[in-house]
Design a binder for this molecule. Sequence first.
Ligand SMILES: [Zn+2]
Length: 279
Amino acid sequence: MKTIPEWLWSILLCPDCRGEFDRHTDGNIICRSCGREYKEHSAGFPDLRPTRKIPMPKIFDDVNFQRWQEYQARSKKWFYEQNRIAIWVHNAGHRAVRSLSRGNYRRVLDLGCGDGAHYPYHEHPESSVGIDIDDLSLASLRVKYPTYPAIRADATALPFCSSSFDCVLSVYNMEHILLLEHALDEIERVLVPDGDFIVSVPAEGGWLWDMGRRSLSEPAHSHLGFDYQRAILIDHVNCIWQIDRALRRRFRIVRRLRFPLPIPWFHLNAIVTYRCRKS
Ligand SMILES: [Zn+2]
């Protein structure tokens, strides 16, 4: 586990039993309490997902959703490198998170770091750890940013001690998480009191976002032979109203940045970025 820096060892714990780890000379780590052994992925990041798997609803077996999942790596190229409007819109969340995360943070959790789309905007990469559930994204991250500490982990069972981070960043994840309240339980747990949760999401369910999809991304994906609208409807399981309500229930909302217009109506926003404080 050579990719884990020394500062990170002190806050890691077993996602199954919350026991502490023993380091072994062969590179693997073992939980002192339950004895579970954790191995390193071949791409060079530890796999600290919990043993228990919550069965997903059958809707995720939908053939359109499955096709979309298979196509996503290539689609990211279109969203982030090929279409200029899509690049401008998608990077709006990264820019907003950068402007809201200029604090003096000691430890930052980059939740759902993916293949490193947020890394170029990151204000604190040296004191951060990225987590993601998707191993292909993490393998790609490892190639792009070989020294950035990353762990394969589940947002609903984080392998970190309570009150470990003074900031959690999340760009374009909350709309995908079926068990949103479980993930928010964990984010709250690992944040210190007064810690910041900086989160950016698309205004899913709003008119402007829907119009953008119909006029821009749907035509670009229409030749692929699956129902793009249906796939996204399943993929974006939480709309902006659900996410906003869930954040307000748990955190104090300090700032809410809206893109492209600063109008407080989700139907006229494409991206909404929050600075939330654990109270
Ligand atoms: Zn354990």
